[in-house]
Design a protein. Structure first.
Length: 103
């Protein structure tokens, strides 16, 4: 059963625009390859981190809303941990109501 999730990803702020878009593309490709669907992407931009991560004091924040099967999430998180562009991420079940495009 697919559920709607929200995820905040903190990317390395020193990435070039092309590298940042490539990281976002990898996230979208991973989800779509496993039957998921990205509903929206919001760029929050560079913000100060609460604590230093990998010698970075700032991070580039992106909010994703996506629909995916729950069994995909553990593999997705492993994939994010291995991506050097991703400093941190958090995935939670969303309470937002997105209109069903197929319905």
């Amino acid at each position: 059963m697919q559920r709607t999730y929200e995820m905040v990803v903190v990317l390395d702020p020193q990435l070039e625009d092309e590298e940042r878009e490539a990281a976002i593309g990898r996230i979208k490709d991973f989800l779509s390859a496993r039957g998921g669907e990205v509903l929206s992407v919001e760029h929050w931009g560079v913000r100060r981190l609460a604590y230093e991560i990998r010698k970075r004091r700032q991070g580039y924040y992106i909010l994703f809303f996506f629909r995916a099967d729950g069994s995909t999430i553990p593999e997705f998180e492993r994939n994010l941990h291995m991506d050097d562009a991703v400093l941190r991420h958090l995935i939670v079940v969303s309470e937002e109501n997105f209109a069903q495009e197929a319905a």
